[in-house]
Design a protein around this ligand. Structure first.
Ligand code: DGL
Length: 265
C-alpha cells in the first residue's frame, strides 16, 4: 500500500484525456497533473529538448512526493521514456506500450494507422514497438502537426477541424487500415470527427483507456495502491495561464475535490 499521489504530465489539455480515464478506472487514487502549458507545443521540438522537459517535469512531480509518473504525452513517451526510465527510483510509464499490448490481443489486424505529432512520427517509436510484437503488421504513419494547437484553442468541432481531419485521415482510407491509433493524447478530443470521417469499420484506439488499465495492473503488482477509504484529491498545476485548459479541466473535475494553480518553472 502506498497512499502517495500518482503524477501525470503533458504539454497541455491532451493529458486530460488520460487523466479522465484514470479517474474512472482508479477512483481511490490521488492525482497531481502537471500541464506544461508554458512550453506547449512539444510536438515540433527536438528530441534533446523533449528529454530535458521530461526530466524537469518528472523531477517536479517527484518533489511533490508522487509514487509513480504517467507520461500522458505521446511526444514525450516516444522520445524520452527510454532515456529517463532508469534515472529515478519510482516507476515511470508512457502511452505506447499499454496500447500496443491492447492491439496485440485484437484479431485480424493487418494494417494499423498511427496519427501523432511530428516528433513522435519522426522517432518511429510506435512502428518499432508494433513490429517488435507483431512483425507482420503493416504500419501507416501520419504526422498531424495542426491538431494539438487546434485542441489547445478549443477548435475540436468546427468546420476548420472537420476539413483538417478529412485531410489527415485520407491516407488511412486509401491504405484501408483495420485500426487507427490516436498516438497523441490531444487527438481523442477529435474522436467524433475522426469517427464520422472513417465510418464504423475502422477500430479507433484511444490510449487513455489502455494506460489506465495498465496502471491499475501495475499498482496491484507493485502493491502500491492507495487503500485510504476516502474521496480522492486532484491537483492540477500549470506552468502558464491557458484559458481553454481551465475550461476543460473545470468541466472534467466539477464533481470532484480538486484545485488548480500555477507554478513558474
Ligand atoms: N499531447 C501530446 C502528445 O501526446 C503533445 C502535443 C504537443 O504538445 O504538441 O504528443
Amino acid at each position: 500500500m502506498d497512499n502517495r499521489p500518482i503524477g501525470i504530465f503533458d504539454s497541455g489539455v491532451g493529458g486530460l484525456t488520460v487523466f479522465s480515464e484514470i479517474i474512472k478506472a482508479l477512483p481511490t487514487e490521488d492525482i497531481i497533473y502537471l500541464g506544461d502549458t508554458k512550453q506547449f507545443p512539444y510536438g515540433n521540438k527536438s528530441k534533446n529538448t523533449i528529454i530535458e522537459l521530461t526530466k524537469k517535469n518528472i523531477e517536479f512531480l517527484i518533489k511533490k512526493n508522487v509514487k509513480l509518473v504517467v507520461i500522458a504525452c505521446g511526444t514525450a513517451t516516444s522520445q524520452a521514456l527510454k532515456e529517463v526510465k532508469g534515472l529515478y527510483q519510482i516507476p515511470i510509464i508512457g502511452i505506447i506500450k499499454p496500447t500496443v499490448m491492447f492491439l496485440q490481443n485484437k484479431k485480424n489486424i493487418k494494417r494499423v494507422g498511427i496519427m501523432a505529432t511530428t516528433g513522435t512520427i519522426r522517432s518511429n517509436s510506435w512502428e518499432k514497438e508494433i513490429k517488435k510484437e507483431m512483425p507482420k503488421v503493416e504500419v501507416i504513419n501520419r504526422s498531424c502537426p495542426l491538431l494539438a494547437p487546434m485542441a489547445e484553442e478549443g477548435w475540436t468541432n468546427n468546420d476548420i477541424a472537420k476539413l483538417t481531419i478529412k485531410e489527415y485521415v485520407k491516407i488511412f482510407q486509401e491504405k484501408v487500415v483495420d485500426a487507427l491509433v490516436l498516438g497523441c493524447t490531444h487527438y481523442p478530443l477529435f474522436y467524433n470527427l475522426i469517427r464520422d470521417e472513417l465510418g464504423k469499420n475502422i477500430d479507433i484506439i484511444d490510449t487513455g483507456k489502455q494506460v489506465a488499465k495498465h496502471l491499475g495492473d501495475l499498482l496491484v503488482k507493485e502493491k502500491i495502491e492507495n487503500q485510504l477509504n476516502r474521496v480522492p484529491e486532484y491537483q492540477i498545476i500549470l506552468t502558464d495561464m491557458e484559458k481553454e485548459f481551465l475550461i476543460m479541466a473545470n468541466n472534467l473535475l466539477k464533481n470532484y475535490k480538486s484545485n488548480i494553480y500555477f507554478v513558474n518553472m
